[in-house]
Design a protein around this ligand. Structure first.
Ligand SMILES: [Zn+2]
Length: 246
């Protein structure tokens, strides 16, 4: 292969490295903000879960208080029932007591249910909290490494640009200008010839590796012989012949 082809291919590799690094400069901040949002959501979710437990415990306490005051009430009715004068008053009082006892029973049932729920939540609490904390930690460490990567990107880009400077010193001005011009328009500048094959893998023709336009046999033969670059008549890219990579 022609020396210039090798240098241009190397330059192309360097340029695509620089492109990738510059792209990272915009994608990393996007990834960072997504991660920060995810951490925020996880913290809110954890807070909500803990709040739920607190509320359930409060609900349990409320039930306990209600039962206690019902017991006081019943006690009071009993005391009064011993003081009533008529049978009618006595029956009315018994009815009150019965009513209060029934309500107490209902509340006790609700309390047992609530206690079970609270117990269940208390058991889940440690595991779930740990899960939340682990997820948050994972994302925080990801943020750390992305931040580090972002901080080192500029130095890295500069380094590769230094390498680029050394590389272009090997390339004649005319080819370099052509390369830059095509790069602006097409991105990838130097492409290989691609073989077109039939179902038996026999080569039936050749196309440009950039735009896939068909290449005339004469054009391909010249490329094969000269082992240098020719321009694609369709896209203008620089085409080379590489037997190994058809
Ligand atoms: Zn082309």
């Amino acid at each position: 292969m022609d020396e210039i082809v090798k240098f241009l291919l190397e330059l192309q590799k360097i340029d695509s490295r620089i492109d990738d690094l510059k792209k990272r400069k915009t994608t990393i901040p996007e990834e960072l903000s997504i991660l920060r949002k995810e951490i925020e959501d996880l913290k809110k979710e954890k807070e909500k879960f803990l709040e739920e437990i607190k509320e359930e415990i409060l609900a349990q306490k409320r039930l306990e208080h209600e039962i206690e005051s019902l017991e006081d009430e019943i006690e009071e009715y009993r005391r009064k029932s011993r003081e009533v004068k008529t049978n009618e008053e006595y029956r009315a009082m018994l009815q009150q007591i019965e009513f209060a006892e029934k309500k107490k029973e209902e509340l006790e049932e609700a309390l047992y249910k609530k206690m079970e729920e609270v117990e269940q939540l208390q058991q889940e609490k440690d595991v779930k909290t740990q899960e939340f904390d682990n997820l948050i930690k994972e994302k925080e460490s990801l943020i750390n490494s992305l931040q580090k990567e972002l901080n080192s990107l500029d130095d890295f880009i500069q380094e590769v640009e230094e390498i680029r400077k050394r590389e272009i010193a090997h390339i004649p001005q005319k080819e370099l200008l052509l390369y830059e011009r095509i790069r602006k328009k097409r991105g990838r500048v130097v492409v290989n010839v691609k073989a077109v094959r039939d179902i038996n893998s026999n080569i039936t023709g050749y196309v440009c590796g950039g735009c896939h336009a068909e290449l005339p046999t004469q054009f391909v033969n010249e490329l094969k012989l000269a082992k240098t670059l020719k321009r694609c008549a369709n896209c203008g890219r620089l085409i080379y012949w590489d037997e190994e990579d058809l």
